[in-house]
Design a protein around this ligand. Sequence first.
Ligand code: 0A1
Ligand code: ZN
Length: 883
Amino acid sequence: MRTEQPTTIHLTDYKQPDYLIDETHLTFELFEDHALVHSRLAMRVNADGEGALPPLVLHGQELMLQSVKLDDQSLAADAYQVDENSLTLQPVAREFELAITTRIEPQNNTALEGLYKSGGMFCTQCEAEGFRKITYYLDRPDVMSRFTTTVMAKRDAYPVLLSNGNLITSGEHEGGRHWATWEDPFPKPAYLFALVAGDLYRIDDSFTTMSGREVELRIYVEPENREQCGHAMDSLKRSMRWDEDVYGREYDLDIFMIVAVNDFNMGAMENKGLNIFNSSCVLAHPDTATDAAFQRVEAVVAHEYFHNWSGNRVTCRDWFQLSLKEGFTVFRDAEFNADMNSRTVKRIEDVTFLRANQFAEDAGPMAHPVRPDSFIEISNFYTLTIYEKGAEVVRMLHTLLGAERFRKGTDLYFDRHDGQAVTCDDFIAALEDANGVDFTQFKRWYSQAGTPVLQIDSRYDAATSTFQLLCRQSCPATPGQPEKQPFVIPMRMALLDGEGREMPLQLAGEDQGRGTETVLAVTEAEQLFVFENVTEEPLPSLLREFSAPVKLVYPYSRDDRVFLAMHDPDGFNRWEAAQSLAVDVLQGLIQIHQAGRPLLLDQRLLEVHRAVLEDTALDAAMVAEILRLPSEAYLIELAEVADVDAIHHVREWVRRELATGLTEVMWTRFRQLGDDGSSYSADAESMARRSLRNTLLGYLMLTESSESLSACVQQFVEAGNMTDRQAALVALVNSPHEQQKQAALDEFAQRWSDYPLVMDQWFGIQASSPLPGGLERVQALMSHAAFNIRNPNKVRAVIGAFANQNLANFHRADGEGYRFVADQIIELNRLNPQIASRMLTPLTRWRKFDASRQALMKAELTRILACEDLSADVYEVVSKSLA
Ligand code: 0A1
Ligand code: ZN
């Protein structure tokens, strides 16, 4: 148990910094068993006039202070105070230079925050509050400073020495050491600082910006990965062009660098001019990476690049504003992806993810607004709400304004706030001022947590040819927020006639018609929209493109859903109709199963799938999305009390029924799609084809025919790319064919043992296999030579996959799955608190399950809470989830 309670930080306590740092000069002396960090800070008080000077309180953690000098005078030990989190001293002049030397031990830094070693290289991760583990500093985003950084190390082990900005000078020291000095002309907060020292291979390219400037592009990787950088480089160049075309944003330094590291807590980090990436988000080669990995690389490269403007040039005033940069940047990378690939498919993927995961967060004990009011540990707030819901909020602004006016708003935002640290209110104010609109009510999306429910009912009156939509909105209570005010909900919609054609929209009280598709702004708790001149009873197509992150409730019959799935001219809503039909069918069957009655499949679901499969004009990726049934996680989220066993059983049963009922058409389509042979392309169309073909392979394997087994084995053996090979391995691992399964797993492990990212896939596939005995399999994986609990990618591939994707095994009735995960969290709490805290999420969802599972999950949380030396990260999540 922690002896002292960690402090809660509140947005309402925000105060401007007492001091500012105009210049930051850093010198790093890197050695094998320690590093010395010398800082020289040009500082001044942040107030006019002659008043008494406040004490200077610098942040610092886990530092060994070696010396402090104020204006070149060494301070005696009684001239300053040091505690666990700070260094305090009393300046005597309004402007002064502070020089500090600290000693740190990067080689023992397992939390991967601050300066640490990953394999043979030194690297940093400073967001959000890692810089204070490097030196004493004003480690807050509203203190922006110009950095000059010198890195010194042994030349043979660390030939490459990097930091932010431009290389100014470099040279040799005696004894085989060398140094390099980098200067970043743009003032930045400490969280954007970066340093790398290692033996790295460099891939070079260049980009000519819209104004004709030449920018050097470099990707640094370990030499054995040199062949795997082409996709990241192409993605970078596409991102740079897109940001110029769509937002008018040009890159601002002469050089842009990406470094890949194997040990990284998150996906990547947007440090100014020197992005540091988890190698899983840079490396991609058809032999070793799946299409999903290719997509991820493109998305993360774009995301980090876009931060150069939405995050770096304009940054956050304080960490409560995190979504200012993250929500906006996720929206930007999603739009980039939509422009590069299929817009509809991208939207389907994002909505699927949001509903299964962010909705669960919004309904759980850690629910918080897009702009939180308080936190204990900011690392816990890099959440789906800040990122994904934050992006939905920006998307709604884009929808309400339209593309052109949104761009006017962002131009004003970047122009007005360039070089500043600002708030979500400043972002909204720029959109308002550029367009003369008032978003006061809209801003509730930033302050109110929870997923709103939008309940819509309709009435058609043939006598007056009117169609009424009655919209009611509500939002469930969330921690600290019992009551909610109505949101502004943009609801994109159309009315369809009996042939599925869009009908003209004329709202009562308006002179102008609204074409055949419109966005209604639902702003009241209850609001009526009346359409006139509606010549026949329409079927509404509602919330198109998922125009707001809400739960839509409309009394569609199954026949309505079938009709929409076949005829809605809007691709997204076709998928949505098929998906909601599947949800309805599954939920019905779950009840029947719970009542102990025999299951019978509603043939309408099968017929929709058949029709979609036979429609060769439909984008193959769309077909794959429709065939993929709603996930177990989503069905759990939708349930009042989730019966995991029933959900798993029924979903698998429906998959089998579909496979049996559609075997022939599935084979036909499977064969038509053909394989890639030895040619591979990462374009959208080829990916779509592989996606559908592999989805079909998964279904066909459920028929347990010798034909499907041999097709699967053949694909595993002959595949010319990792996407197809991995899909075959997944199907084998989840099949009852023990011999083929084991042979494939062994062969795969042997062949790829030198490729950590491929081994992550191997771990992940097994850890998420729902077949009985999952816990024992996962325990065995933990003792495999390639597993390492200090590597976050391995933890995610084994423990994360088990707890998040293997619901049947994680939730086994005796609670052993919970106990296993809790044991790992206790171990990780010592090593890497951020990762420990992430692994907690599935246990915090205990309220969703039956009484017996609730008790078992709570017992594990209580056991964790009782541990000594609990990190603030784990303490916050455990204590809030038990409250
Ligand atoms: N800003 C990065 C995410 C990031 C956040 C925290 C980190 O360490 C605790 C690392 C990266 C992004 O949005 O990509
Ligand atoms: Zn980001």
